[in-house]
Design a protein around this ligand. Structure first.
Ligand code: F1P
Length: 288
């Protein structure tokens, strides 16, 4: 299923943005202090959104793993936003239950009848639900909606281009990949790294690009790949080349560039005879 789900992203992102007028009042308003949380892929979308909203000066936006919401600080936020495809992830539901009754709480999910605590405003992106355990289009559609709410148009043409982008032999053969981002693309780098681990059991890492030279670059060597989402810091490509690793960057919108990384994860899984829809030790949602 995952290939079809990846390919449907341009259409899903458009549909997500079309939902905006109907759900705008459930999403953060300018100036609100916002906490956004989730687990796994959903956490990384939360991280991307938080950095983007902060960069646009629209208000304090903190992203948390749902299990790590700092206890006692709930009242520092005007609104909490949970991202959860399944709507059943235990940590997410527990985090929502803990929030003060007065807090505005929104959940973005793919499932209309998810057991999300009463009082939560639910935004359902049912067209983006998935049959694969590995998340691709739900997560990016949630981010497309959140980006649209910040005034960013859906990167339609780039998303379509990303589906045709050639996966090079260097990428297909790399024994290790380090994904890098800056600002909102750090969440995308985390997500790309998770995708390749989940689907292909590949050794991947992810960092803010400026952190890369503070240690992680020491594993760069021939046969390994460093992949940058968004504009690279000066000198990064040269430093990676000097270490002998391959380097990948793109002028695509970074969310579209994530599609290329998803396709690479699936191609790597297929090449190893793995079923990317059924990653090892994972279930559709983690219910404790
Ligand atoms: C969150 C999640 C997924 C992961 C796996 C287990 O699910 O961590 O990101 O790929 O399927 O669950 P959800 O809360 O978004 O449904």
């Amino acid at each position: 299923h995952v290939e079809a789900e990846i390919d449907s992203q341009p259409s899903c992102w458009r549909q997500a943005a079309e939902r905006l007028p109907g759900v705008r009042e459930a999403l953060p308003r300018d100036g609100e202090r916002v906490a956004v949380f989730g687990c796994g892929t959903s956490l990384y979308m939360a991280k991307a959104y938080a950095a983007l909203r902060e960069a646009k000066g629209l208000g304090v936006t903190d992203a948390f793993a749902a299990s790590e919401l700092p206890p006692g600080r709930e009242r520092e936020y005007d609104r909490h936003v949970a991202i959860t495809r399944s709507g059943t992830t235990t940590e997410v539901l527990r985090a929502i239950e803990r929030l003060p009754e007065t807090a505005a709480t929104t959940a973005i999910t793919a499932v209309p009848d998810a057991p999300i605590p009463a009082g939560t405003r639910t935004v359902v992106l049912e067209f983006a639900d998935e049959r694969s355990v590995v998340q691709t289009r739900f997560a990016t559609s949630a981010l497309a909606l959140l980006r649209a709410s910040l005034g960013d148009p859906v990167p339609d043409a780039d998303a379509t281009r990303a589906l045709g982008e050639r996966l090079t032999p260097e990428w297909l053969e790399a024994e290790q990949i380090t994904f890098l981002g800056r600002g909102w693309t750090v969440g995308l780098a985390d997500e790309a790294a998770l995708k390749a681990r989940e689907a292909a059991q590949l050794w991947t890492e992810s960092y803010p690009a400026m952190e890369y030279r503070h240690g992680p670059i020491s594993i760069a060597q021939p046969g390994r790949l460093t992949w940058m989402f968004g504009p690279a810091p000066d000198g990064l490509a040269e430093d990676v080349a000097a270490a002998g690793a391959a380097y990948a960057a793109s002028d695509l919108d970074p969310m579209a560039h994530l599609i290329v990384a998803q396709r690479l994860a699936v191609a790597r899984a297929r090449a190893r005879g793995l079923d990317p829809d059924r990653p090892r030790s994972l279930t559709r949602s983690v219910v404790l």
